[in-house]
Each structure stands twice: as C-alpha cells, then as structure tokens.
Design a protein around this ligand. Structure first.
Ligand code: AMP
Length: 402
C-alpha cells in the first residue's frame, strides 16, 4: 500500500522564518549555560533554535540540516541535558557514516560535556578494538560510532544497548549511501523502544521514510532551510573544456595565488588517486583523502590540510562529508557532482562562518545540462567561462577565480 508520508516530511519553504530563541529561554541547566558561554556559543544557530525546544521536551526529531549548520550541538545539548547522572551505563548512541564525522561529533560532545562528568567514547573501524573494549568497560554515557564497528562490539558482547535512552542517526542519507542500512536497522532493533530518537539527514530517500515508520514515534520534522541552500557569500563559476584539457584548466586555477586553501572533488577514488599523482608530478602541494586509504593516512591528510601544511586536498564526496574547516577559500569540482544536492554539499565546504568563498566546476560541453540542473535547483546562476578565457587571463587569473 502506498503511504502518504508528507505529514511526516513537511518541508519548510525557504522563505519560512525560523523561530529564533535564546539559549537562556530553553531552561538549560546552569552548567550547560556556562559551558555554552565559555565556548562562545552566544546564540543558537537556526537548526538549534528549531530543534532544541522539541528535543529537550523528549520528542523524536527529524532534522534536515547540513554539516556546518550547528546540527551536532542541536542533538548533543538535549542528550547531555537529559542524561541521568545516577546511572553508570551507556545511555546515548550516536551513529555516524564516517570515522571523520564520528570524531567531530565526539569533539563537540566533549566540548559541551565539560564539567558534567559524562564520558564520551568513539567506537569506529580502523581503531584498535581492544582499546575500545577497555573504554566500553568504563560505561561511558555516550557512545559515538560507525555502524560496522558498533555491530562488531554487539556481537562480541562488549557493548549492550539495553540501557540506551537516546539514539541519534547523523547524516542518515550517507549511511544509506555507504551501505549501512541493514546495520543501522540491526542496531536500532537492539535498543529499547521507549528511547528518544533523533535523525539528521540532508535528503530523505525511501529507506529513511521506512526507518522513520518503523523506529520513530511521532517525530517532528525540522527543516530550517527547506533544503540545503548556498550561502550568498559564495561565488560560482564553471569552466568549459574538453576532457583532455581538464588537468590543464585545473592547473591554471591552482596557479592563482588567491586559491589559498583549495578542496578539489573527484567523482571516484580512482580519479582522486589519478589526479593526486598528476598534480604531484606537476609540483603542486597536494594530498588526497578517500575511503580506501588507511585510517592513519586519512587522519594525516585531513590534519595537514586543516593545519595549512598542504594547500590543496583532493577528496571524494563521502570522504569529504565531515570536513569542517572554516577557511577553505575554493571548492573545485574536477568532476561534476552527481546531483544538485551533492553540489550543495561540496560547495558548502567553502564560504563558511560568514567568509567569502568560490566554487569552480570544470565541465565538458555535454555536462552543461548538469549545470543548468544545479542552477534550477539552487535558483542561483553559475557564471560560465572557457579554458580560453583562463589561458588569456593566465597572468591575471586571480581575477577569474574570485
Ligand atoms: P556542525 O554543523 O555541528 O558541524 O557545527 C559547525 C560548527 O559550528 C562547529 O565548529 C561548531 O562548533 C560551531 N557551532 C555550533 N553551534 C554554534 C553556536 N550556537 N554558535 C557558534 N558556533 C556554533
């Protein structure tokens, strides 16, 4: 039977105002208010304004929000406020699609949990399992993890979810993309039904509808921007060239001194590796991040980029998902993103925290349709240039790239 899910997923229109609240109006504990002040969160972000009152009241929440919107605190604050200090057991489980995102979620939890006495542990693949087992024995109140490793611990009986009161699914659509859907279901089935569940996802594909039906209770949908939106401070350009000329066009862009911190996206891991080799050969200061690298290499690549030890980072969509770096000056789509949503995700890595940013997309002539699709979806024009424009402007290329 076809179901009408629209009441569950009512999308806010972009013009719909987000009711704004102050942290002081939310009935937060004194400890939490002091922590927020200490870390400089003076007012809630839109997703926090909309989510906190609902989640603090104990209701299930579906949040449509991107990394960078402050969504982690939108679920971490209610979880931390509602944990029971008298219990020495795992009370909250946060599932994340990638190790990078899990690390960021853990960091935000730890920042917000300071002084509360609640322990937070990250349990992800790639890290030594025995150390995680030791950590789990200490019964941290919050466990953040990737589905595969969480299941591993459940099978080894080094983790039980019987005491879970809060379950958070972060970036649920990416968990689906990465093939974690069955794992997520198996994990949720092992948690008590009377838990509070919060699900965050940029898109809501069919699996998520079904997941909501099966595992959530009367959730409130919160969509602060209807769908992901591009911020006004990002300039967008596309450069048309043949497939064979792409590296040449990219080199011209990277030669601009304005590209101080450039994130370059490829469609596949293979393209990422290929481009990495080619750019290194051309003498560029570049590293690469994708899912086939070891955890150590991924951490290292991200750290070098974050610490400005390397100027360019090549990444695939999934690997770049959790990148939370405020000063990326340029996002360059070496390969056109697979969908307008992916474009928005990628471009959302630049122009953060009120800064300016530039998004550059290399396209072959037949890909112009994809650009039109993105323009339609985002309701923003992308300025068109050609390789010849770039070559002519080679000396003054900075004028082209922002
Ligand atoms: P997130 O979307 O959770 O990855 O958060 C993006 C960034 O915003 C992180 O660096 C957070 O520390 C920061 N952030 C979250 N909430 C606030 C707030 N209310 N005020 C200022 N910064 C915030």
């Amino acid at each position: 039977m076809a179901r009408n899910y629209s009441p569950v997923f009512t999308e806010a229109t972009p013009s719909e105002p987000v009711p704004s609240v102050r942290f002081s109006e939310l009935g937060l504990s004194e400890g939490m208010q002091a922590t927020l002040e200490a870390i400089g969160y003076t007012e809630p972000t839109p997703i926090q304004s909309a989510t906190l009152p609902v989640a603090l009241a104990g209701r299930d929440v579906i949040g449509q929000a991107q990394t960078g919107s402050g969504k982690t605190a939108a679920f971490a604050i209610p979880v931390l406020e509602r944990l029971d200090g008298s219990r020495s057991e795992v009370q909250a489980l946060v599932l994340c699609p990638t190790r990078e995102l899990a690390a960021q979620v853990e960091a935000e939890f730890e920042r917000l949990a300071k002084g509360s006495g609640f322990g937070v542990l990250t349990v992800v693949g790639g890290d030594p399992i025995h150390r995680q087992m030791e950590g789990l024995k200490r019964k941290p109140a919050v466990v953040v993890g990737t589905p595969g490793r969480i299941l591993d611990h459940l099978q080894r009986k080094t983790l039980t979810l019987r005491s879970i009161r809060f379950a958070v699914l972060d970036e649920a659509d990416r968990m689906l993309d990465m093939g974690f859907a069955p794992d997520v279901e198996r994990i949720l089935q092992q948690t008590p039904r009377e838990r509070q569940t919060m699900l965050f996802s940029a898109t809501v594909p069919g699996w998520i509808h079904r997941l909501v039906e099966r595992h959530m209770r009367d959730p409130q949908t919160i969509s602060v921007s209807g769908q992901a939106e591009l911020v006004d401070t990002v300039s967008q350009w596309c450069i048309e060239c043949s497939w064979a000329d792409k590296v040449e066009a990219l080199s011209l862009l990277l030669d601009s001194p304005r590209v101080t911190c450039g994130l370059i996206f490829t469609a596949t891991k293979r393209n990422a590796d290929m481009l990495h080799t080619v750019l290194l050969g051309r003498g560029y200061d570049v590293t690469v991040l994708h899912g086939d690298l070891s955890q150590h290499d991924r951490d290292l690549a991200l750290k070098k980029f974050r610490d400005s030890k390397v100027r360019f980072l090549i990444a695939t969509d999934v690997a770049a998902r959790g990148i939370d770096i405020d000063d990326i000056s340029h996002v360059i789509n070496y390969d056109v993103p697979g969908s307008p949503e992916d474009y928005i995700h990628r471009v959302g890595r630049t122009a953060r925290a009120g800064r300016d940013g530039v998004a550059l997309t290399l396209i072959t002539p037949i890909e112009i349709l994809k650009i039109r699709d993105i323009e339609k979806h985002t309701r923003r024009a992308i300025e068109r240039h050609t390789l010849e424009d770039l070559q002519q402007l080679a000396g003054t290329v900075s004028a082209v790239v922002g």
